[in-house]
Design a protein around this ligand. Structure first.
Ligand SMILES: NC(=O)c1ccc[n+]([C@@H]2O[C@H](COP(=O)([O-])OP(=O)(O)OC[C@H]3O[C@@H](n4cnc5c(N)ncnc54)[C@H](O)[C@@H]3O)[C@@H](O)[C@H]2O)c1
Length: 265
């Protein structure tokens, strides 16, 4: 399929998990892709396996405005413009509110919320008319989890930021939509997957009874990036096997059961 032929896409957090699967999917759909991440070795590993002149990679820390500006400039200088931006970089952490270190709170808000703000800001500034921005939030934007206050708050912020962006950029035909994955097996969720009760409790609470692969998230992101979703904007798209109908695994209870005090996720 080449529904993205001629389109220039930018993606953050592209070296692993959902970002990597999405980068590959955008390339498969015919797009030119500018892929940013702090993991330069991970970025370098994409290219040999994906032999194409439609991919360029660059180090980009989404918490640093200059890095995000440079990534956007690269799309313009290398491929002549920008049509699609995927604000994907993010990661969680675990701390109960009454013990939450301020620095950890600020780290997660910076990465998950401010990073998306900067990506939308600079992409939106140069994006060609009728472009598409997809932000990656989480089931935790609408479903609270004990021990994940910063992450839940940041992801809820991403959902609202995206709706404001949809209003401001809509007059140029630019659509802004949010995806909200449930549990996906990636490096970020390595701790969860090392603790079977967490995965089991997620599956019990999701009507489809299982977690997702990164490809199942990438295919929805690619749909939102393409004109197949041409009348969608300001949408919050859950990709969680129906997990939003249930409740999130009770992390403190599970950690106590197995004798963990404060793991990071
Ligand atoms: N895995 C899940 O269950 C799940 C569920 C809901 C939402 N998400 C969200 O999906 C997105 C991707 O997560 P993933 O599960 O693929 O994780 P991942 O760890 O596999 O990939 C995240 C990538 O982001 C990069 N990154 C980290 N900090 C960065 C920074 N400051 N600047 C640029 N890149 C940075 C990492 O190097 C990594 O390559 C995140 O926003 C995450 O919150 C994941």
């Amino acid at each position: 399929m080449s529904r993205l032929a001629g389109k220039v896409a930018l993606i953050t957090g592209a070296a692993s998990g959902i970002g990597l699967a999405t980068t590959r999917r955008l390339l498969d759909d015919g797009a030119m892709v500018v892929a940013g991440d702090i993991d330069e070795a991970g970025l370098a590993a994409i290219s040999p396996k994906t032999s194409t002149d439609r991919l360029v990679t660059a180090r980009c820390d989404v918490t640093q405005e200059i890095d995000v500006e440079n990534l956007v400039s690269l799309a313009v200088s290398h491929f002549g413009g920008l049509d699609i931006a995927i604000a994907n970089a993010g990661a969680g952490g675990y701390a109960l509110l009454t013990e939450h270190p301020l620095g950890e709170w600020q780290r997660i808000i910076d990465l998950c919320l401010t990073g998306v703000f900067l990506t939308v800001k600079h992409s939106g500034a140069v994006m060609r008319d009728n472009g598409s921005i997809v932000t990656v939030a989480s089931l935790n934007a609408i479903q609270p989890s004990r021990g994940m206050a910063a992450y839940c708050t940041a992801k809820a912020g991403v959902a609202m930021l995206s709706r404001v962006a949809a209003m401001e950029l809509g007059p140029r035909g630019i659509r802004v939509n949010t995806v909200a994955p449930g549990l996906v097996q990636t490096n970020a969720t390595g701790t969860f997957f090392a603790i079977p009760p967490i995965v089991e409790e997620f599956a019990e609470n999701a009507p489809l009874g299982r977690y997702a692969s990164p490809d199942e998230i990438a295919s929805v992101i690619a749909f939102l990036a393409s004109n197949d979703s041409s009348y969608m904007s300001a949408s919050f798209v859950s990709i969680d096997g129906g997990g939003n109908t249930g409740r999130y695994p009770n992390l403190p209870a599970i950690f106590e059961q197995i004798g963990f005090q404060s793991p990071s996720t």
